[in-house]
Design a binder for this molecule. Structure first.
Ligand code: 2P0
Length: 325
């Protein structure tokens, strides 16, 4: 009863930023992402009859505390589905995701865990079923089941049965690149979970954010299908700025940006003035991700590395969906 799976992380171009149901992880809006090639998690799950509890190891180190609880609570869902509630597992994960880079390792982590654990326990799930299930571990992981561009449909039902990701275009559709601009390895003060909750509950801008999503989504899907990089970048950058504006209006207000975040944003806008098409997006942390086309890779990397406060620049192509090893 052992299986190994690999899942890549994804970066949202239309952000998920709020839940309507915290327990089932049901979002307030659809989101859309690009799965990345360079960053992934490989997880082996081994259910063993003689174990009295789960054991979880990340990059060779045993994990305890909150992270352990999140994994075992998630395995409980899978045990219940398989009707094997007294069966525990050894879980070994390896992150090929620089945690410091702000590349969400929870997306690749839960997607790989879901695929490996369901296979190991004898469930044979479709991609839709995997996406719906892994969503309950971490919302953004629902999109990591697919390669390339994927959309997480929020669904309407309160049991979450229609809330899962769907593929929009595979990793072979269009070679757009993403640079992860690393600024700091300090842990953030407000987790994305806490940040989105405070924003939903208190930000007067939240309603405006939600209203703007359907138009952003339909425009970005058209840009992907037409391979219109300018449109793609403009929509993604504006959507990111709107998301971060909601947190600035929360009570108490907060931002994930630091001084160098703004310097990189300005540098990206300056690149465009110099004729280099590049756009940024930022998640629940200070680091910046920059979208660019392959022919500008050298210039984009060189310019980003020169910005004061930048400690690393990590380049990636579109990546594949979840796979079994
Ligand atoms: C996203 N983020 O769409 C957005 C943009 C952060 C900013 O998904 O509570 O770790 O586990 O569902 O998936 C980060 O949130 O949150 C996230 P939970 P998750 O990528």
């Amino acid at each position: 009863m052992k299986a190994t799976a690999k899942a890549h992380t994804n970066i949202a171009l239309i952000k998920y930023w709020g839940k309507r149901n915290d327990e089932l992880i049901l979002p307030t809006n659809n989101s859309l992402s690009l799965t990345l090639d360079g960053f992934y998690t490989t997880t082996t799950v081994d259910f063993q009859e003689d174990l009295k509890e789960d054991y979880f190891e990340l990059d060779g180190e045993p994990v305890m505390g909150e992270a352990y609880k999140r994994v075992t609570a998630f395995l409980d869902l899978i045990r219940r589905m398989a009707d094997k509630e007294d069966l525990f597992a050894r879980v070994k994960s390896y992150n090929q995701v620089p945690t410091a880079a702000g590349f969400a390792s929870s997306a690749s982590g839960f997607a790989a865990l879901t695929a490996a654990a369901t296979k190991a326990i004898g469930l044979d799930l479709s991609d839709t079923e995997l996406s719906r299930l892994t969503r309950q571990g971490s919302g953004s992981s629902s999109r990591s089941i697919y390669g390339g561009f994927a959309e997480w449909e929020m669904g309407e039902k309160e049991d979450g049965s229609d809330s899962y990701a769907v593929p929009i275009a595979s990793e072979n559709h269009w070679d757009v690149r993403m640079a992860g601009v690393v600024l700091t390895s300090k842990m953030k003060k407000i987790s994305s979970r806490a940040g989105m909750r405070r924003t939903v509950e208190t930000s007067p801008f939240y309603e405006g954010w939600l209203k703007s999503i359907p138009e952003d989504l339909s425009q970005i899907k058209k840009a992907i299908s037409d391979k219109d990089f300018t449109r793609l970048g403009e929509i993604a950058e504006a959507n990111c700025l709107k998301m971060h504006a909601t947190s600035l209006a929360a009570k108490p207000p907060f931002t994930y940006w630091i001084d160098s975040t703004i310097r990189v944003m300005q540098q990206v806008q300056e690149m465009r003035e110099q004729g280099i098409p590049a756009y940024f997006t930022i998640d629940a942390g200070p680091n910046v991700k920059v979208l660019y086309l392959p022919e500008y890779e050298e210039q984009v990397e060189r310019i980003l590395r020169e910005v004061p406060g930048v400690t690393d620049v990590i380049l990636s192509k579109p990546g594949p969906g979840v796979s079994y090893l």
